[in-house]
Design a protein around this ligand. Structure first.
Ligand SMILES: C[S@@+](CC[C@H](N)C(=O)[O-])C[C@H]1O[C@@H](n2cnc3c(N)ncnc32)[C@H](O)[C@@H]1O
Length: 231
């Protein structure tokens, strides 16, 4: 199954085949999300998130856009002992399902690994309101995974900036929007113009504001990675 929106299916299949298998719980949750058409992080992007977690060993993780909790559980799988994940979702049904899934995942993790799972706290709120609360509390995070309303990314970034430390990493998913972001706005249907404009604005903020060192990866639906620029 082609899991990429940007590269040929045989390349995507090959890249996916290189990934280690997920534990059964996570694989089943991934398949359920796909069956139920819940948009969750694609396999190629999963491998990147996994690598960053293993490499950076972040202790405090913030996720914006929980859906049913798949990426929260996936992230927890690769975090060090004592790490915590805070994740926000505004949709009632998805929030409720995420609470159930993350609790079941923690039980599965503890059974498999014989030790406590990193804590996953699901928050039922609007992302912008929650980010504002976190910045008012002067909270900071080692890793931030941005995966919610795409048209709000520029607004979110303004708030996320305040939650970043010099060594924090920001990962933003779906930034290439099936490649349309690389096209002229005149080729995009009127319906998709706002998202095109906002995503371009977000990318400009990351790459041209002088505040971040950033890179773009054509994995899944496009991933942007950024750190605050060293002064
Ligand atoms: C792409 S899905 C997240 C997928 C999840 N990160 C994963 O990979 O398993 C995006 C989620 O963001 C949520 N969302 C959209 N706008 C939001 C907002 N303003 N505040 C909080 N959540 C929002 C949607 O309801 C949706 O469940």
């Amino acid at each position: 199954m082609n899991d990429s929106l940007l590269v040929n299916s045989h390349i995507s299949d090959y890249l996916s085949s290189l990934q280690p298998d997920l534990p059964d719980f996570l694989e089943n949750l991934y398949q359920k999300a796909r069956t139920d058409r819940v948009p969750v992080i694609r396999r190629e992007a999963q491998s990147f998130l996994r690598f960053v977690c293993l490499d950076r060993q972040p202790l405090k993780v913030l996720e914006i856009g929980t859906a049913i909790g798949f990426s929260s559980c996936l992230t927890a799988e690769f975090l060090p002992a004592g790490a915590s994940i805070l994740t926000v979702e505004k949709d009632d049904a998805r929030y409720a399902e995420a609470c159930e899934n993350t609790a079941a995942y923690a039980a599965d993790y503890e059974k498999r690994r014989g030790c406590g799972c990193p804590s996953i706290t699901c928050v039922h709120d609007d992302a912008e309101a929650f980010l504002t609360t976190l910045s008012d509390r002067f909270e900071q995070f080692d890793l931030i995974f941005l995966d919610a309303a795409k048209a709000q990314y520029p607004v979110y970034l303004g708030l996320i900036r305040k939650l970043m430390k010099p060594d924090s990493v920001l990962i933003a998913d779906n930034v290439l929007q099936e490649g349309s972001v690389a096209e002229s706005k005149f080729t995009v249907t009127r319906r998709d113009r706002t998202i095109h404009l906002r995503m371009r604005e977000f990318i400009e903020m990351l790459f041209r504001s002088g505040e971040y060192d950033s890179m773009m990866l054509p994995l899944g639906d496009g991933i942007a990675v950024a750190k605050l620029k060293r002064v």
